[in-house]
Design a protein around this ligand. Structure first.
Ligand code: SF4
Length: 333
């Protein structure tokens, strides 16, 4: 059973002139204990809004969020209880920590929410245990430091420790390594993976990077302009990307075996794909039809209608007319 279940989540923001911008449109998924689900997309796709809506930092227009089968509390103590169980790790560890306070201070507050009666040496010991759990040692020394005395990777470990302090069931990791040095990204992702296994966490890993999504998650959802355009088991989605948008993301992902020649060929391919986006495509208004059609080199007349999810493999669906009987088979990439 899913620890966290999201049904038809829709988030809208007001715009100048009274118009509404739909940042998330009808998102549904389930997240089970011990599972990592990756939400992948470029910036502006709406994935961070999903995280903020799941943390209830932004109001949803419609849809349901269920935690352990019960509707998520929306205010007062019910909301606080929900937030203890559904914790967020932010993208920027420096901005998420208060520069005026020590590491100890950052951890004592959430720890006392969970174990209010604990004080003195018992609290200090709980702080040290948390720091050890994210490999920050010696904890006695780290606890007294301020954020500016730590490296970026250490700061993100403190942010993860703080998220764990309330003993959550669900961790929402919003681009947790994108602001860190390449050299320590893998360490932090491995840490999250270990914590997920040790604590049986349900982990939503939000990223723009398909390669790490494949490595660290069992399932991938690809988001474009507020909707999921492809989802399925990670290997399926990466080895057989079906939606033209996923294919672009997959082509853009760094390939460790790439040679200078293959990189040049891929660059040329991308340039010709860009050139193929005709003025007609660019002028198509978003609102009805496939949202990707202004960028899609395979766009057809039928793409002016909104596509449905179509099964393209075991447990693997793509929201694209190319895979329906309506499309000309010759157009399938
Ligand atoms: Fe391209 Fe049409 Fe598929 Fe949209 S539905 S991705 S425009 S082929």
């Amino acid at each position: 059973m899913s620890v966290l279940e999201v049904r038809n989540l829709t988030v809208e923001f007001g715009q100048r002139g009274g118009a509404k911008f739909r940042a998330v449109d009808g998102l549904s998924f389930g997240l089970a204990e011990g599972q990592t689900l990756a939400l992948v997309g470029e910036s502006g796709s709406g994935k961070s809004t999903v995280v903020r809506a799941l943390s209830q930092l932004v109001r949803r227009r419609s849809g349901e969020i269920l935690l352990d089968g019960k509707p998520a509390g929306r205010r007062g103590s019910a909301l606080r209880a929900y937030r203890h169980k559904v914790q967020l790790v932010f993208q920027d560890p420096f901005a998420s920590l208060n520069p005026m306070h020590t590491v100890r201070h950052h951890l004592v507050r959430p720890l006392s929410l969970r174990q209010g009666h604990v004080r003195g040496p018992a609290m200090e010991s709980a702080v040290h245990d948390l720091l050890r759990s994210v490999n920050l040692t010696p904890p006695e020394e780290i606890a007294g430091k301020h954020p500016h005395e730590l490296s970026g990777g250490q700061r993100q470990r403190v942010a993860i420790a703080r998220a764990l302090a309330t003993d959550p069931d669900v961790l929402l990791a919003d681009e947790p390594v994108s602001m860190l040095d390449v050299s320590i990204r893998l360490e932090i992702l491995n840490l999250l993976d270990r914590l997920k296994r040790d604590r049986r966490l349900a982990l939503l890993y939000v990223t723009h990077d398909l390669a790490t999504a494949r490595h660290f998650s069992s399932e991938i959802m690809v988001m474009y302009k507020g909707e999921i355009v492809e989802r399925g088991p990670s290997d399926e989605v990466i080895l057989h990307p079906s939606h033209p948008y996923t294919q672009i993301l997959a082509n853009a992902a760094p390939d460790p075996t790439a040679t200078r020649e293959s990189l040049a060929a891929a660059r040329e391919q991308r340039q010709s794909a860009r050139a193929a986006r005709t003025a007609e495509h660019r002028e198509v208004a978003i609102g009805t039809g496939c949202r990707f059609r202004t960028r899609c080199t395979f766009a057809m007349d039928i793409c002016a209608q909104h596509p449905e999810d179509i099964e393209v493999g075991p447990g693997h669906v793509a929201r694209c007319w190319l895979y329906s009987g309506a499309a000309d088979a010759a157009a399938v990439p």
